[in-house]
Design a protein around this ligand. Sequence first.
Ligand code: NAD
Length: 290
Amino acid sequence: MTARLLDGVPIAEEILAGVRRDAAALTAAGRPPRLAALLIGHAASSEVYIRNQKKACEESGIGFELRALEATASEPEVLAAVRALNVEPGVTGIILHQPFPPHIDERRVREALNPARDVESMTPHNFGRLVMGQFEIAPSTASAALEIARREHPDMTGLEVTIVGHSEIVGKPLALLLLQTPRSSPTVTVCHISTRDLAFHTRRADLVFVAAGVPGLLQAGMVRPGATVIDIGINRVKGPDGKSRIVGDAAPDVVSVAGALTPVPGGVGPVTVAVLLRNTVRLAQGPARA
Ligand code: NAD
């Protein structure tokens, strides 16, 4: 069997078409959407992500501004930058680029963020609303992974789903999103670094999400024939030719066992950027949006 590749680009395009329409309507109404990104230090991965975000915003009619602080910025300086963005006129969404330098307490910074501008739904307030099923937007990577999976499995009732990774930005919100519907949810298993027998959990799943940041972690023998695999991992590795390239968390041989698989790059990544822009527009529309 060779898995069907689940191309994220047309899904992203579909989402972005709606974003462009909504952004144009907001701008015409005098409320243009604007995303502010806070970056501390110079992580190469964040810089690439920010470049892509800026380009995607510009192409969609969304304003973009980068607030960059030195890696040596103190926690009070970082908190002051967040509080300034919280009230800056014209800013409708704020994204905090992680990882932060080790001397900065991530949680304290997230707690300082204005929940009404929290485009990644990471404040305790918005995360709590996600737990309770009362949310307008959700973390973009988790939403994007689910959006792709739903096209393969429109009805997930009773499906066995395994998530590899339990971070607050991907694994945990994804589990919560999958458990939203009281009577038609899948059965969700969440694995992590301390899981004793990872293959046992992945092999019995109809649908596997893998977001560990470990290239090749999910191997063909760990996947049930015909299962759907959503590979969220983005890892930069050196190929045999010495050139650096991007790979996911699924090993190349998974394609010969899975029924459907997201490629890396080109799967979850482009959909994540599109969802981030959709979240920005939704925040600009406000809670009273139709
Ligand atoms: P993280 O480091 O915060 O969390 C990693 C998770 O994987 C943890 O729960 C950890 O326990 C688990 N894990 C690590 N090694 C494991 C192992 N050997 N066995 C089982 N579980 C293991 O990472 P994150 O921020 O959640 O990101 C995960 C991956 O997703 C990374 O590759 C990241 O680059 C990628 N990512 C992709 C997008 C996207 O748009 N596609 C967005 C964000 C993150």
